[in-house]
Ligand binder design. Sequence first.
Ligand code: ATP
Length: 436
Amino acid sequence: MPAKDLDQIVNLCKRRGFVYPSAEIYGGFRSSYDYGPLGALMLRNVKDAWVRAMVQQRDDTVLIDAAILAPPAVWEASGHLANFTDPLVDCTACKQRFREDHLDDPNVCPGCGAKGAFTEARAFNLMFKTYAGPVEGSGAEVYLRPETAQGMFVNFGNVLQTSRKKPPFGIAQVGKSFRNEITPGNFIFRTREFEQMELEFFVPPAEGPQWYEYWCNERLNWYVGLGIPRDMLRLRAHDADELSHYSAGTSDVEFMFPWGWGELEGIAQRTDYDLTQHANHSGEKLDYFDQANNERYVPYVVEPAAGATRTMAAFLLAAYDEDEVGGELRTILRLHPRLAPFKVAVLPLSKKDTLTPLAKQIHRTIADRYMVDYDDTQSIGRRYRRQDEVGTPLCITVDFDSLEDNAVTIRDLDTTEQVRVPIASLMTELYQRLGF
Ligand code: ATP
């Protein structure tokens, strides 16, 4: 059973070191979170799983890592300075602010219940502005990127020249983005600083629709392949009035959050909007010469744009489970092994010096290939529970017999089944059980 309410995950994340409220010793900083020892590992695993599927396992994409700070010219051309706004309304009764398009009833304040007390909606730009260099003022203005996508568009020419790729091909990027959200909330679902995983896939214009369909399916399957039940996911096409200024069609991959369906990823047909805008504003040619057909064209773009931090929340919610083992309630994260912070935990049955050298040696061997925990505190039952709660797929117990028979016990998180395995074949056994 996945988590029914968000607090189950928020509490687990705090308790076990996945996610902490940011600047907590100063009372916290709303909408910012810090990823702790386990959360940092899991977030990295989410991003690695994305890069693996979107770059490593394909021959038609490349990865870049562009700057977070960019000058106004980029955002002028992309349309973000003019259009990247949300409609902001103030309640004149309780003074709270809301996004008009998120209100259940546009006349009723969800904060205090006042009717008809909202101000006219104002367009509020979501980009964070700051200044480069010691002098504040125009000329030194820069913006923190609100999406990673523009990094791919402004580097289109560079990548084309240096990578030997030709359409259809994609440029991928994973990294931080920043939006001055009016109403951040729901834990790491909506924050002002977050991580994105985006692909800009450049295709001959006529192939736009077919690649759009391809990427919708591909992306939905990525979440299913990493363990989210199919019935907790849906693909929802945007209505015409929902479309962004650049889009000829968008579908969202949505997840059933405890509060209802919420977006994990948008797959958009951006047409030639971005390359044309940047070509016009920069004066540089951003097109492709197709030698086979002797024609020059501006590629169309299909963009699957996902959130790494928001997706991590979905993976945690879907993996959450409670069951009973030996009459005791246990909390368990049924995470896909690729996403689990630790793949393996080494647990010497006793802290006695006689077991430590062998247990440490096994830990070192496994650590060469997998992220592995080492825990020799408290009872073995308590240690299993701790690993269950953070989704460690396999536990290895080193006991006194191990010194005699050169074997250890592997315990499986899902089934709690235990088998004895010779140390000599441990790595093969782990590989077979984890699948990588
Ligand atoms: P929303 O409608 O939820 O504000 P969006 O449609 O503006 O999202 P996109 O611009 O399509 O989002 O960004 C792509 C992805 O980036 C989203 O699907 C989401 O996973 C992630 N994302 C966007 N904004 C945030 C945020 N404030 N916090 C966390 N993740 C975000």
